[in-house]
Design a protein around this ligand. Structure first.
Ligand SMILES: [Ca+2]
Length: 275
């Protein structure tokens, strides 16, 4: 046992011990992410999509329906079309994509708000929901002063951890009232989205490395950031030195590990990397 410890300490070879490796990144298959594909005829620059009129390719509209808006009404973020998540009341759109359980995904999109002058300007609110995670977003058209020719798009990002091999991603308007309106409806101008992108987040790998104190005699416990620590072996075979027996970042002293006349300090340090 003593020889083994000495041998490892002298080896000076870094052998990282991977503790938590998430699944490999997976390609997702979100389609019609810029809302350009829809079998619709536009009247006044928009077309309502709802449960009885599912004309938005690869997406399912819910709630009170949404509007596909083309750039004769306002300029899209990308391409020629974007989505107002309120038709005449709050609606939603959903799409189911392939996912890897345990993998974290980032959902980014461009957000604005319907600047219709017939509806009082104000907060346009919405949720992004996937795998049980709901992230709220707000775009305030009164603050932003966006117009149909300059929608002042803002980049937004949410994330979720997949729990299954497929995940339904849903954008839901929560804009339910906008005060009195000459149009006679309460919530006809909602949050606007375009250019959805779903990417697998980088995997986080935590690595523990075993260190031996090489800084000579000390009168107090060496700090974990002191220069005298030297990486040794990541996985010592002695149970005395197993990482699970020690707190990361807390030096521990072994009174007699085989050295003549004294013991040694040891330390486990952890590093986090993206892969
Ligand atoms: Ca678009």
């Amino acid at each position: 046992m003593k020889k083994m410890i000495l041998g490892l300490a002298a080896a000076a070879v870094i052998a990282p011990l991977a503790l938590a490796a998430a699944p490999a990144q997976a390609a997702t298959a979100l389609t019609n992410a810029s809302f350009e594909d829809a079998a619709v005829t536009f009247t006044n620059g928009y077309s309502v999509v709802d449960a009885t009129n599912q004309t938005l390719t690869d997406w399912t509209a819910g709630g009170a329906g949404v509007d596909i808006v083309d750039d004769t009404l306002w300029a899209a973020h990308g391409g020629h079309r974007s989505i107002d998540l309120n038709a005449y009341n709050p609606g939603s759109i959903s799409q189911t994509i392939d996912t890897v359980p345990g993998q974290t995904y980032n959902v980014s999109f461009a957000m604005s708000g319907n600047p219709d002058a017939n509806v009082p300007a104000g907060a346009k609110t919405m949720d992004v929901t996937a795998a049980g995670t709901t992230s709220p977003f707000t775009y305030n058209t009164a603050d932003e002063q966006n117009t149909t020719t300059d929608m002042k798009w803002k980049d937004q990002t949410s994330s979720f951890a997949a729990t299954d091999t497929s995940t339904t991603l849903t954008f839901t308007s929560t804009t339910t009232t906008e005060g009195s309106s000459p149009m006679g409806v309460s919530a006809a101008a909602g949050p606007v989205i375009d250019d959805v992108v779903v990417t697998a987040a980088p995997n986080v790998v935590k690595t523990k490395v075993w260190h031996t104190w090489t800084g000579g005699p000390v009168t107090s416990i060496p700090d974990k950031s002191a220069a005298g620590w030297h990486p040794t072996s990541g996985d010592p075979q002695s149970k005395l030195h197993k990482s699970e027996n020690h707190q990361v970042g807390v030096p521990y002293y072994v009174p007699n590990n085989g050295n003549k006349g004294g013991g040694s300090w040891f330390l486990w340090l952890e590093s986090t990397t993206s892969a």
